[in-house]
Design a protein around this ligand. Structure first.
Ligand code: AP5
Ligand code: MG
Length: 213
């Protein structure tokens, strides 16, 4: 099964992806995580991407398309994959179609997690992420058992540089301007699966499993 997880910053794409990995055994391909890993490794690509990420802007299409193309060719994507945070522009979506066509693959479902803007700022400013395994938490809505420590692996939890109020406000504007057109792009193709993203994390996971079958 080949999936796209679509939704605004803080909608719960990463949170649901981690649960989907366990249920469906397919890898999560998060362009945001890949860019942060490149930055951690201080590669030229990572250092260049940081400027865009810190400003809440999108990294140029050519950069992320190159990353995804390489990743989709890895053997663990043979039985399926889920794209988290990609595509984010119409040109990225068109390029993805070409890349998948070349691999004789196609997207089965675009899971669009819908959450109103009023909810997103609080989700993002309270988010904490494990440095070691990437598991996400929230100080109020999904707190770790021990403050500052990951429940899964014991790793240190940190706050993302782009999860401050000013950058979040830009990220939301960029989502509305550049990513929201994808909702119609995939609706027309009959692939859009809208999911109400409000409520308990486990309830939302249940809603996604219903549409994936
Ligand atoms: P990326 O890392 O993809 O960030 P994003 O899209 O802004 O999305 P987030 O990761 O912030 O949100 P999420 O939906 O994963 O939410 P989560 O599950 O963590 O991208 C970062 C940057 O990289 C971009 O701004 C851009 O610069 C660049 N980039 C990446 N991809 C790109 C691309 N394709 N093209 C160009 N540039 C690109 O949940 C958030 C919080 O809410 C957590 O604390 C969680 O515990 C909590 N939560 C989750 N569900 C619930 C719930 N139901 N109730 C209450 N709290 C909840
Ligand atoms: Mg995420």
């Amino acid at each position: 099964m080949n999936l796209i997880l679509l939704g605004p910053p803080g909608a719960g794409k990463g949170t649901q992806a981690k649960m989907l990995i366990d249920s469906y055994g397919i890898p999560q391909i998060s362009t945001g995580d890949m860019l942060r890993a490149a930055l951690k490794a201080q590669t030229p690509l990572g250092l260049e991407a940081k400027k865009f990420m810190d400003a809440g802007q999108l990294v140029p299409d050519s950069v992320v398309i190159g990353l995804v193309k390489e990743r989709l060719a890895q053997p663990d994507c043979a039985k399926g994959f889920m794209l988290d945070g990609f595509p984010r522009t119409v040109p990225q979506a068109e390029e993805l179609d070409k890349v998948l066509g070349g691999l004789s693959k196609k997207i089965d479902h675009v899971v669009s997690i819908e959450v109103p803007n009023s909810e997103l700022l609080g989700r993002l400013t309270g988010r904490r992420t494990c440095r070691a395994c990437g598991q996400g938490f929230h100080v109020m809505f999904d707190p770790p058992k021990v403050e500052g420590k990951c429940d899964k692996c014991g790793g240190e939890l940190y706050q993302r540089d782009d999860d401050n109020e000013a950058t979040v406000s830009n990220r939301l504007k960029v989502y509305e301007g550049q990513t929201m057109p994808l909702i119609n792009f995939y609706k027309v193709k009959g692939l859009l699966r809208p999911i109400d993203g409000l409520g308990a994390i486990s309830d939302i996971f249940g809603r996604i499993k219903v549409v994936l079958g």
